[in-house]
Design a binder for this molecule. Sequence first.
Ligand code: KG4
Ligand code: ZN
Length: 371
Amino acid sequence: MRALDHPLNLPTMAKDYCVLGIESSCDETGVALVRVSGQDLPVLLAHALYSQIEMHQAYGGVVPELASRDHIRRVLPLTQEVLHESGKTLKDVDVVAFTRGPGLAGALLVGAGVACALGAALGKPVLGVHHLEGHLLSPFLSADPPEFPFVALLVSGGHTQLMRVDGVGRYQILGETIDDAAGEAFDKSAKLLGLGYPGGPALSKLADVGNPEAYKLPRPLLHSDNLDFSFAGLKTAVMVQAKKLANVHGCGVEALPGTVLADLAASTQAAIVEVLVKKSLIALKQTRLTRLVVAGGVGANRNLRAQLNAQCAKRGVRVHYPELHLCTDNGAMIAMAAAMRLQSGIQTANAVYAFDVKPRWPLDAIQIAVE
Ligand code: KG4
Ligand code: ZN
């Protein structure tokens, strides 16, 4: 490694530089290029995404081995697309960022391997990014970026967390799910109702035409005195209710009349959304902060957005979201998180290409020590 074994020296680095970001933690391959100019908010030059949803649909969920193989097929063509779209070449890439975790090990290794190979070939430093930090900072790419400090509601397929965010790398977890994540609750309930994979968007679409008060479903930990969540019981309650209805109608759950399924979907969504909204409001009250950032795939849910907007408006709280198309996994958030870490000086990229990935990686692990 000799000559290349040095950290990227930020003070001597050009004022303007470009960060290429590669996301491959699950079922979406994302690549993006952002430009950093001094301490200005980094600007997204281009991004490209390939979703594997169609491929996994046949199996009712993500097949890790197939996911890895597909990332391999997509990542370089997507990189070329991004460079083409931004009018840049590989020579213009100053730092290569990749999702280091959490996620599927094989899938992460694809992004990490390609990023490190590109870095080594170009003689440029690399930086492994925490996927959840990518989600968390993705609203900074929106037309209405937040300011620190804020409360963040991070709701993805694998995580549900409320945190206090004082700056890049300054994350204090206020509460989190003790079992299933909100996205999992959407996905598992949707599967039970025969809505396939991924369930969140499908259940949410059906819920739009259903009655959210049709069935009484549990709101776990709603009245607990902490900010933790528990969604595992909800899918069981949905299953019990669905089977009851199937008995009444003398059919299987999937053959229930459309209106009944819509009512069940709406009631399920209402239960999840109510808990997320109430706990977010408590977090805002406890921290006395007046900004809320919502990030992660479930943040695309229209009902959640509408209820948070309404409740927060009453309390003088501003709510910030990522652009709708950047709520779910993408390369832009990875390039952005890397850029913001570099800008804030809490991390350097380096030219050591002996990469590893972290399939399990709590967000607290990347927190910087606060005096
Ligand atoms: O953040 P994300 O893309 O991946 C992870 O990091 O996990 O989140 C994916 C999750 C899935 O559970 C998906 O069903 C859910 O976000 N999701 C939604 C919606 N769009 C995506 N859930 C509810 N309503 C939506 N519109
Ligand atoms: Zn994600």
